[in-house]
Design a protein around this ligand. Structure first.
Ligand SMILES: Cc1cc2nc3c(=O)[nH]c(=O)nc-3n(C[C@H](O)[C@H](O)[C@H](O)COP(=O)(O)O)c2cc1C
Length: 484
């Protein structure tokens, strides 16, 4: 196993186990995406702790969509909960409660949104695969629905675990550079499996940014992004179907024919199978569906869609209440973001979408009925030389109630577009500080903060109106609340 150690863990108390820092492998995000596949059984439980350390680190770096994320780990010794702050695993339930008796690590993910679970699963799958450097015994893994059912029954999680990734040691294949995404009609050039940065370096800098240069992207770039998101890979699934860069429950490939590319010249549908082809076949092509620029209408469908991106990808599902489909949208969203980053581009995920936004997007793009947008990925060259006024606000309030009953508490959900130092403070209507809630560095994504209607000294505030200010570098979002 080739790697460079970033930071070392420290020893801890008996029910707290420290993990080593992540190692950086030499493999690109593209090579790992092309090489991934699921192994469903037949593994044993002898993986080094470094694999777990990298997997948890990678999952934790996946973008956030909700206000909590919990990572549980079952080994043959205990069920643990991961503490990313101290890079430790803490015993949550003693004893062997694994789903698969031969697995080394089973990582369960609990988060508010299935799409976020999808981000973390995909990050964790690639992170494990990066330990495979030749054919033979190596790290194999698989997401398992029944593992999640088992975990919810046996692990006593604080929140519902939506998916479990199972890791073990088994005969593995070598990383695969064979490219099978070859266009049958020359609508897309061949993607590649190389890039200068390793997967872990991509993860280290997986920021979202919503300010773009208005320049269009080349067809090569668009091709690469679409392939990473939902393109064919050389392996076959357990039922003989042609595998993709992302997994899919019972190899159902629920996003087939549901990914739309929106550029100045029109709207195209992305296909990874030939026309009329079944799920055993491979292709890589675009089907034009609308001629003419629909980006202005798309941008108007939601204030959260960045207005300067030259290219958008809209991923639809047939049913937004299906966890399999929403997780699959999450895998794809992670892949788009990581591929954009690997190419030095700026990318931004607008999700989750409200019902009104979904309807507006479907209308803007003249989507056929039954296509329900799950995410919009905006991509382009990173804007340089753009003034702060032209950039969308770095911090934006997503949801908060306007009133607070005396003695209760109020929760404010907000979106941070780039990581940075965030400060949350409450002021009275004369601008005098009342309560300093927190000041800390936060990653880009969705966050929430609660205020229980008290001053810094713990006393309840008087009835009246207050302003809660969320300060990010160069940007502030304010929310007025009336305490009654
Ligand atoms: C949401 C989800 C649930 C899955 N559940 C199981 C499962 O319970 N058991 C299993 O063996 N594989 C499971 N898989 C793995 C799929 O069978 C596998 O991804 C699919 O066959 C495609 O093969 P590939 O991952 O090798 O490309 C699941 C995959 C996903 C995405």
């Amino acid at each position: 196993m080739v790697g460079l150690i970033l930071a070392a863990g420290i020893a801890a108390a008996a029910d707290i186990e420290s993990l080593p820092g992540p190692v950086i492998h030499p493999y690109s995000f593209e090579l790992l995406s092309n090489s991934r596949y699921s192994v469903h059984s037949g593994f044993n439980d002898t993986l080094p702790r470094q694999v777990l350390a990298n997997v948890l680190w990678a999952m934790e770096r996946a973008p956030r969509l909700g206000t909590f994320r919990e990572l549980y780990v079952a080994t043959r010794h205990n069920v643990y909960i991961y503490d990313p702050g101290s890079n430790t695993i803490v015993v949550h339930k003693p004893g062997d409660h694994r789903y698969k008796s031969g697995s080394a690590y089973e990582v369960g993910i609990a988060a508010a949104r299935h799409e976020e679970v999808g981000f973390a699963i995909q990050a964790g799958l690639l992170a494990g695969l990066a330990f495979v450097d030749s054919a033979g015994p190596g790290v194999v893994s698989c997401p398992m629905t029944y593992g999640a059912h088992h975990a919810n029954r046996e692990w006593d999680p604080n929140h519902r675990i939506q998916m479990v990734n199972v890791y073990g040691l088994a005969d593995s294949r070598n990383l695969d550079t064979t490219l099978v995404a070859i266009s049958s009609d020359s609508t897309l050039p061949e993607p590649h499996t190389t890039s200068s940065d390793s997967f872990e370096m991509v993860l280290l800098d997986l920021n979202q940014d919503s300010a773009f240069m208005p320049l269009g992207l080349s067809l090569e770039t668009v091709s690469q992004l679409l392939w990473a998101g939902y393109g064919v890979a050389p392996h076959r699934a357990y039922n003989g179907r042609r595998g993709l860069t992302v997994p899919s429950a019972i190899a159902g490939y629920y996003l087939t024919g549901r990914i739309y590319l929106v550029r100045s010249q029109g709207v195209d549908r992305y296909h990874n199978r030939p026309p009329g082809g079944n799920l055993d076949s491979a292709d890589h092509r675009l089907e034009p569906v609308v001629t003419g620029d629909r980006r202005p209408e798309l941008r108007l469908s939601s204030t959260r869609i960045p207005s300067t991106a030259p290219v958008y990808v809209v991923v639809c599902v047939s049913d937004t209440s299906s966890y399999m489909r929403m997780q699959e949208a999450g895998f794809t969203g992670f892949q788009f973001l990581a591929q954009a980053r690997a190419m030095g581009l700026s990318g931004f995920l607008t999700m989750p979408l409200t019902r009104d936004e979904r309807t507006a997007i479907a209308t803007a793009l003249s989507l056929p009925s039954g296509q329900h947008p799950a995410l919009v990925f905006s991509v382009g060259e990173l804007a340089t030389g753009i003034s702060e006024e032209e950039r969308p606000a770095l911090v934006e309030i997503v949801q908060a109630r306007p009133v607070l009953r005396c003695g209760g508490s109020i929760r404010i959900e907000y979106l941070l577009r780039r990581s940075g130092m965030v400060r949350v403070e409450v002021y009275d209507m004369l601008g005098r500080p009342v309560c300093h809630i927190f000041k800390q560095k936060q990653p880009a994504g969705y966050h929430s903060v609660e205020w229980n209607g008290t001053r810094d000294n713990g006393e309840l505030v008087k009835k009246g109106s207050y302003i809660i200010g969320i300060f990010a570098p160069g940007s502030v979002a304010q929310h007025k609340v009336t305490v009654f």
